[in-house]
Ligand binder design. Structure first.
Ligand SMILES: *Cc1c(COP(=O)(O)O)cnc(C)c1O
Length: 425
């Protein structure tokens, strides 16, 4: 077997291959640490399956109202156990991460309440949910106000500013764990825990919600184990393990989850309704695989960081930095390189490898967005994908890869396309 031959057949030149392998040589210790975390989390998930006595009956499809759906209810117990929360809502009826966050926020605020983000501006799509950008049906239209405390220039929490922003109307604290499309640090669970403790010392009764997108299983603890009342995410990111065809989750206190269920379905119905429509096998198996899938994606992010850093590009986070999510930003400096990078990711995809990504306007986003993804599940970003708003400094956000080897070849192909576009190794 000659591994170089198959890379050559895949379209990776010898010089790109050699360069990438030399970078990988330096990452062995990093990867070992990631494997240890994956091992820990694999057992955590396995133990939750065992404790909840998962059996074949839990994989059965339900229809109609979905009353007495043992598979759905048991999966929610498993999520609660893994996240160390009292309760959980895990549903295919939650259409995406933004919807999960919208349900969670809308569930707990009432007219006259205020939402505070203590970590600067929230994720792009939440601007319309909250009404930071005016939008029909937003929380702002329903009499909910919003405030944010900016991070300090070094990316740390500005405690005096946070304290000053908390008032008698502050009801909900929205903490985004991952940097999203921003240039600021992703916060560790420990840091989030400190932030929540501080906020509770100012106003004990606020509800603290964490947007956990892309953070699940990167550490051995989740923010619900550091004081968060609600932790929210998408099943087509880490916890779906690449298999969940859609869906979102909210893990949290009994009270918050009950309110969220009432918001998702209806007051009076709550969590009792919501047929699983056959999604359970994928939800269960995907969650079971998620620790290892997340680890592969994290390796991909670190590989991309180390590679592009060595090539002289600005990367964020730096390759040596401790990671708390699976997103890697690379500042490519021009639309042309952004396109080339995305062409590489696309060409290395199992689905739609022949497609050429082009920037386009997207609902919920301010600028045109370029996206590369050849997904089994549409838009799934635990699968190998790259995207970014096309605006200076032309930063691409790379994430995913349901196997490490796929993430690896995707990154190699991105460099190959840059070289093809005139970049000199
Ligand atoms: C992806 C993401 C969201 C929104 O999730 P969608 O599934 O795209 O709606 C929200 N917050 C963060 C930090 C994200 O990464």
């Amino acid at each position: 077997m000659d591994i170089r031959e198959i890379y050559k057949d895949t379209g990776i030149s010898e010089s790109v291959y050699e360069y990438c392998e030399s970078v990988l040589e330096t990452l062995k210790e990093r990867f070992e640490k990631i494997d240890r975390i994956a091992e820990y989390n694999q057992l955590k998930v396995l133990n939750a399956f065992r404790k909840n006595r998962v059996s074949a009956e839990h994989f059965a499809a339900t229809s109609g109202y979905g009353y007495n759906d043992a598979g759905r209810d048991t999966l929610e117990r498993i999520y609660a156990d893994v996240f160390g929360s009292e309760d959980a809502l895990v549903r295919s009826q939650i259409t995406c991460g933004t919807h999960a966050l919208c349900v969670a926020m809308s569930a707990v605020v009432r007219p006259g309440d205020e939402i505070l983000s203590p970590v600067g501006k929230p994720y792009d799509t939440l601007e319309e949910v909250i009404g930071i950008r005016p939008s029909a049906g937003s929380l702002a239209e329903n009499g909910v106000t919003y405030r944010q405390a900016e991070l300090r220039s070094d990316g740390s929490f500005d405690y005096p500013a946070i304290k000053a922003a908390i008032n008698e109307r502050t009801k909900l604290i929205e903490i985004q764990r991952s940097k999203g499309y921003d240039s600021r640090p992703t916060f560790s669970v420990e840091q989030i825990g400190e932030l929540i403790s501080f906020i509770r010392s100012v106003k004990p009764e606020v509800i603290c919600m964490v947007d956990n997108c892309y953070g699940e299983f990167v550490e051995t603890k989740e923010p619900s184990q550091a004081g968060a009342d609600m932790v929210v995410g998408s099943l087509i990111k880490n916890p779906g393990g690449g298999l969940a065809p859609a869906g979102g989750y909210i893990c949290g206190t009994k009270e918050c989850i009950d309110l969220a269920a009432r918001r998702l379905t209806s007051p009076g119905l709550g969590r009792e309704v919501g047929a699983n429509l056959g999604t359970n096998p994928a939800f269960y198996e995907g969650f079971f695989l998620a620790p290892v899938v997340t680890a592969g994606a994290e390796k991909g992010a670190i590989f991309a960081a180390a590679l592009y850093e060595k090539l002289g590009f600005e990367v964020y986070p730096k390759s040596e930095t401790e990671r708390y999510d699976i997103i890697q930003a690379v500042t490519l400096g021009s639309e042309a390189y952004m396109r080339a990078f995305c062409e590489g990711i696309q060409a290395a995809s199992p689905v739609d490898s022949f497609v050429k990504p082009i920037p386009e306007a997207m609902p919920g986003y301010n600028d045109p967005v370029i996206m590369a993804a050849g997904d089994f599940v549409q838009g799934s970003s635990i699968e190998l994908s790259a995207d970014g708003p096309v605006r200076p400094p032309y930063q691409i956000y790379f994430q995913g890869g349901i196997t490490w080897y796929h993430a690896k070849v995707g990154i190699m192909m991105s460099l190959q396309k840059l070289v093809d576009a005139g970049f000199h190794l």
